[in-house]
Design a protein around this ligand. Structure first.
Ligand code: G3P
Ligand code: CA
Length: 270
């Protein structure tokens, strides 16, 4: 299927190519880069000893062979865990034979390692970094994040449009902190529902990009048009089904965040 190309939609690999490989692992991000994804999405949390790691849940129970909250564990504790073998644990009985051996060797991914991977990709690969539970840490997540971005020369892009990195959050406060410290760094306000306060398409001050869920897009297409009329770009999550991809194209969204980057690229005729 091909679509008119006056507007190229960015394809963002959600937690890496996370349908095929264990989310937030090097294997998942390498696969996404190999597949041709334009950008990688990751969630970041602080460990007990102050490292930013890419883990979605508050606890490591679902995605590793360990237990406990990320915030209560040190990086060395996390590094000893297996973050790959949980994937498709309940699939066919011959799974043991089919599992690529590298999956069980997947350890926790630090944001620093992910930044290195992107730097070595050999082509432009953007990074959409989501801050998780930032209120609990009262600014520490954003502070660590900006320090790390600075080390990679990514904290002060010449303009938001040129920045290969953006920061996303459901927390307007987190985005505000990032915007105050690094005004040119693009920020994405994630939306799970259409808040009455923002119904007219406005976003919190300093935020240029809206991140509505696919559920919002399906239920309130007129809201997407309002966001665009208000001058915002629109990045939709998590878009995996052909009909949803087509609706995003029809509405002219700017980025599709997906667990299946290769399928979305194919659908977009790329
Ligand atoms: O990309 C935004 C999306 O990831 C937000 O939801 O729960 O998957 O982090 P979640
Ligand atoms: Ca996320």
């Amino acid at each position: 299927m091909t679509h008119a190309r006056q507007h190229q939609i960015q394809v963002v690999a959600h937690r890496g190519a996370s349908e095929e490989a264990p989310e937030h692992t090097l294997a998942a991000y390498r696969k996404a880069i190999e597949d041709g994804a334009d950008a990688l999405e990751c969630d970041v949390r602080l460990t007990a000893d102050g490292h930013l790691v890419c883990v979605h849940d508050r606890r490591v129970n679902r995605t590793s062979n360990g237990r406990g909250a990320v915030s209560a564990l040190e990086l060395a504790d996390l590094a000893a865990l297996d973050f790959g073998s949980w994937k498709n644990r309940d699939e066919a009985p011959d799974w043991e034979q089919r599992r690529p051996p590298s999956w069980e060797e997947q350890s926790v991914l630090t944001l620093e390692r992910l930044l290195e991977l992107v730097a070595d990709a050999g082509r432009r690969v953007e990074l959409a970094i989501e801050t998780k539970h930032p209120t609990r840490w009262a600014g520490q997540v954003e502070e660590r994040l900006l320090t790390l971005l600075k080390r990679f020369g990514l904290d002060s892009p010449p303009s938001a449009a040129e920045s290969p990195v953006r920061v996303m959050s459901f927390s307007a406060r987190s985005l505000h902190r990032v915007h105050l410290a690094s005004p040119a760094l693009p920020t994405v306000y994630l939306l799970q529902f259409v808040s009455p306060r923002l119904r007219d398409g406005r976003l919190p001050a300093g935020v240029g990009i809206a991140g509505p869920s696919m559920r919002i897009v399906r239920g309130h297409p007129a809201y997407i048009a309002r966001l665009k009329r208000a001058g915002h770009r629109v990045h939709v999550w998590t878009v995996n089904e052909p009909d949803d991809i087509d609706l995003c194209v029809e509405l002219g969204v700017d980025a599709i965040i997906t667990n299946r980057p290769s399928a979305v690229l194919h659908r977009l005729g790329r």
